[in-house]
Design a binder for this molecule. Sequence first.
Ligand SMILES: C[S@@+](CC[C@H](N)C(=O)[O-])C[C@H]1O[C@@H](n2cnc3c(N)ncnc32)[C@H](O)[C@@H]1O
Length: 301
Amino acid sequence: MSDSARNSATISPTAHYTAQVWLRNGLSDERLSTPQGNALWHLLAPAMAVSRWVGGPTLEDFLLARHELIDLRLTDAIEAGRVSQVIEIAAGLSPRGLRITRKYGDRVTYIEADLQGMATHKRQLLGATPLNHRVTTVNALADHGPDSLAELVKTLDPSRGVAIVTEGLLNYFGRDDVLGMWDRFAHALAGFPHGLYLADIHTNSANHGPMTDAFLLLLSIFVRSRVHIHVGTSQDVAAALHDCGFITATVLNPADFGDRLDACGRTWAKLVQVIEATSSSGGRAGGARLAAQTEPALPSR
Ligand SMILES: C[S@@+](CC[C@H](N)C(=O)[O-])C[C@H]1O[C@@H](n2cnc3c(N)ncnc32)[C@H](O)[C@@H]1O
């Protein structure tokens, strides 16, 4: 099995844990609570309590910060009229689709996409959903074929703006896989009048120090897969996104939103950052392809 396929297979349990965190913080729905997530939450609770007690990071700090900041930027784009179709790739047991469709009704089409096993499981957990909210299969690593993003976007309305969201995905994959995803996302969004990409990322510049190193080691053990902290700064990430075809790319720091979002005001929210990148119709800016570039500043493994 390749590293990429192994990463895809092993990170799914973390989706169950995250679902518990959202539920326990009033962001989710009982339907998305699983016995596996509940058990994992209780298993990790003592370690999280100790870490919090000694002033160290907890999973909850950055999980909530990333979730709230992505929500904020997505709802801003929806309310400004730029976006009315959303594809959440690797959605796992995220409650965002439920919340957005409840809030905006059929003004927004929300598609949750994940690997086949998780997508089937989520459909079973959710039961019937409105026509504008569906769960489907997409493999973020696929360029073509029935499970590819390229096929999925053909089903969307080309006259309406689209947002692609990934949360809790990028740092489980190495440099080439991440750049491949960004290239695919930029390409898919270029066919729409407005394209927005939102994602969390952990970069080296925001993740250093013995406390963070120990924490990341534990996280890697927990997900049975290496957690990749992408080397470089926010500027490096933005440059790599440009190279993949995005027109604008910014990396947001949760601390800058601490006055509006509770979770972003917590000390360890700083472990995570949020990418906000845009494309516009009429083809890809630059059109730079990975292999043709000088080594992008993003990540090495
Ligand atoms: C760490 S979980 C994150 C889930 C959710 N977004 C969250 O924040 O909790 C990672 C998710 O990525 C999905 N996944 C893994 N590899 C994938 C791939 N190649 N394409 C699409 N989804 C993938 C897993 O099935 C899982 O649901």
